[in-house]
Design a protein around this ligand. Sequence first.
Ligand SMILES: [Zn+2]
Ligand SMILES: [Zn+2]
Length: 114
Amino acid sequence: MEESTSKILRPSSLGEVQTWKKQQYAHPKWEAKTAEIRRRDNNQCVHCKTRDEKLVVHHRQYHTLGGTWVNLWEYRDEFLITLCDTCHRQGHDAYGNGSFSKKVDILNILNGHI
Ligand SMILES: [Zn+2]
Ligand SMILES: [Zn+2]
């Protein structure tokens, strides 16, 4: 049985996006997905290779399907990467939090290609 997850139609405000993201990131399926991605990436940051920092799983792009945002744990693995907190923050600092609209790849930014 599929438990209901809150899907929203194209978020119109930043507040709406933030509320949705918070619910999504707290979801057990997202927890399971991050564990899987971290295992794939050898539990290290794919950019600086550290294992000594808090690791986060970053979405390289965000997608919509039929007018709703795709659940965070339903992305194909190629769109998910493990980064340490520092690299993740550096990448986001470089392009802001506009990841919902901008298709800029965080690894290109961190590697200085953009
Ligand atoms: Zn790193
Ligand atoms: Zn991110």
